[in-house]
Design a protein around this ligand. Structure first.
Ligand SMILES: Nc1ncnc2c1ncn2[C@@H]1O[C@H](COP(=O)(O)OP(=O)(O)OP(=O)(O)O)[C@@H](O)[C@H]1O
Length: 300
């Protein structure tokens, strides 16, 4: 099921422009939405979910029009949402919490509801700790429980806001794999400011900044747009300065090797190197492609 966003603008009270004429198509599968803090990702997701109204523009999810009351009601039935901060009941066990969410979502019959809860606990690998109170869970376990509650009515679309913030590497990988599995037969929109999260799991991505989309396309297209923009610069002395962004610095004894992203021309000590997705992201942040037509054929 596709999500089509057309000319979406959101201006909050106090004249804060969070989204600015944003258009985007999100196809079935895993889709990564990446951008710095304040880019407008949460605002966009809350509009898609129907808990926030746009100032102007339209949202179409499958055949449903998200700008109409009727469409929003239908969308709520086919959509699951995992917000950044999920209000959970700390003194309920994971099993009780999911059962409660099931009741709220209209699963009235006890037996099938309990069956569904057990299935979901299995899916998110919490079966063995299902009896424990939520307040005793780690951040990663809470995030997995958040996914389980969003899946209770088997939604065709799953929207997940900043899922890996604060997780240790092992939990992050586990969480990514879970989302990948879920993306095999539904649309999963994953918002993050961690480029690594989407590099591993999403074929299609969009990069947002200041309420606008700087790039949308495949990971391969983003890497292609960054070709010949990434350099290794080895210096014996202080940090190099120029019209580029330093991505990393590797201490090599007497010298320091800097990985830099920018429009450098080859010079002594600068060697071009293969771009990674993080370099692509830095390049987009470094140069706003909306002001350039040359280097970003695949950007919109
Ligand atoms: N309720 C609100 N009232 C006024 N301004 C808001 C409100 N919510 C968000 N904003 C502002 O809108 C802009 C976009 O915020 P948003 O939370 O959508 O970005 P984000 O990309 O999700 O950032 P983060 O990763 O920090 O959550 C920011 O400038 C933010 O301060």
């Amino acid at each position: 099921m596709n999500i089509e966003i057309n000319h979406l603008t959101k201006i909050y009270r106090g004249n804060v422009q969070a989204l600015s004429d944003l258009s985007l198509v999100i196809p079935q599968g895993m889709f990564g939405l990446v951008g710095p803090n304040g880019a407008g990702k949460t605002t966009l997701m809350r509009i898609l979910v129907g808990i926030l109204h746009p100032t102007s523009g339209t949202v179409q999810i499958g055949q449903y029009d998200g700008t109409r009351e009727q469409g929003r009601a239908a969308i709520k039935r086919i959509l699951g949402y995992v917000p950044q901060e999920l209000g959970m009941y700390p003194d309920l066990s994971a099993r009780e919490f999911l059962d409660y969410v099931g009741v709220l979502k209209g699963l009235k019959d006890r037996k099938p509801r309990r069956l569904r809860v057990e299935q979901l606990l299995e899916t998110v690998a919490l079966s063995t700790v299902a009896w424990r109170k939520v307040k005793t869970f780690s951040g990663g376990m809470k995030r997995r429980l958040g996914i389980a509650q969003a899946l209770i009515n088997d939604p065709q679309i799953l929207i997940v806001d900043e899922p890996t913030a604060g997780l240790d590497p092992e939990e992050r990988i586990r969480f990514r794999n879970l989302l990948s599995d879920l993306g095999s037969n539904r649309t999963v929109l994953l918002s993050t400011h961690i480029v690594e999260d989407i590099a591993q799991t999403c074929q299609n991505i969009a990069v947002m900044k200041s309420g606008q989309v700087l790039f949308q396309g495949t990971v391969a297209q983003m890497l292609e747009a960054t070709r010949e923009k990434v350099w290794l610069l080895t210096t014996p002395g202080p940090r190099p300065e120029g019209n580029f962004t330093i991505v990393s610095a590797l201490n090599m004894g007497a010298n320091v090797q800097y990985r830099v992203v920018g429009d450098l021309s080859p010079r002594v000590g600068a060697v071009p190197t293969e771009p990674g997705l993080e370099d692509g992201y830095v390049w987009l942040m470094h140069t706003d492609p909306r002001q350039s037509t040359e280097a970003h054929a695949s950007s919109i």
